[in-house]
Design a protein around this ligand. Structure first.
Ligand SMILES: CC(C)(COP(=O)(O)OP(=O)(O)OC[C@H]1O[C@@H](n2cnc3c(N)ncnc32)[C@H](O)[C@@H]1OP(=O)(O)O)[C@@H](O)C(=O)NCCC(=O)NCCS
Length: 189
């Protein structure tokens, strides 16, 4: 058996630490985070994921929610990388004494999924809503979004209501047809 010299020192463990992912911190969203949050949302809320046009992810939407109440907008950050967000808002309905917290958009970078990041974002937002006197927390998602549904059900959301969206193609509306004809006539003159 080799005899260790008395001045043997354990190997420094820095190399191993360097390969460990940085811890994820949840903090309030800041103005500088807006472009990164928007870009991450664009990757997550693609047309295939959210085939409905009723709620669409665009810069105005992010600005609107963030501008209304920065306190209820959170981000998850690993080192200098933004890996998740939860954009929430508080609502009061007329003729109702109840205040609602609405989790409008929740997203986690797929490279970090199933690491409990959305869970932490949701927990922190729920505490914020409670501190701001909300009595119900609302979420909505497409019925085909199985991962989100599994996530929300796992976290105690229930009382699922289905909402039917209807639409009508205005291209075939008589007013549109009339307008198109007028425009063509104008161009020909
Ligand atoms: C839904 C989403 C936010 C979950 O984020 P996440 O950080 O991976 O979630 P967590 O790690 O906290 O998951 C907690 C639990 O939720 C459930 N869950 C999460 N993702 C799931 C999936 N893809 N399939 C099945 N269950 C899932 C599991 O029960 C999971 O616990 P487990 O990993 O111990 O099994 C993420 O997949 C996402 O960003 N999806 C695209 C955007 C979206 O649809 N947002 C919601 C509507 S706004």
């Amino acid at each position: 058996m080799p005899v260790r010299s008395s001045n043997h020192k354990p190997r420094p463990r820095t190399r191993r630490r360097r390969t460990e992912p940085p811890p994820v911190e949840i903090r309030e969203m800041q103005l500088e985070d807006l472009p990164t949050v928007f870009a991450l949302g664009q990757r997550l809320f693609t047309a295939e994921e959210l085939p409905t046009l009723y709620r669409c992810w665009d810069e105005d939407e992010v600005m609107k929610i963030f501008g209304a109440d920065t306190e209820t907008c959170l981000v998850a950050v690993a080192g200098d990388r933004l890996v998740g967000f939860a954009l929430g808002s508080l609502m009061e309905k007329r003729r109702s004494a109840w205040r609602y917290g609405w989790l409008e958009w929740l997203g986690v970078d797929p490279a970090y999924s199933r690491h409990g990041i959305a869970t932490r974002l949701l927990k922190q937002l729920t505490s914020l809503f409670i501190r701001r006197d909300a009595r119900i927390i609302l979420v909505d998602t497409d019925e085909a979004n199985e991962s989100a549904l599994a996530f929300f059900r796992r976290h105690g959301f229930g009382q699922e209501l289905r909402h039917v969206y209807l639409s009508q193609n205005l291209d075939t509306h008589p007013e549109t047809i009339g307008r198109r004809e007028t425009l063509t006539e104008d161009e020909e003159e």
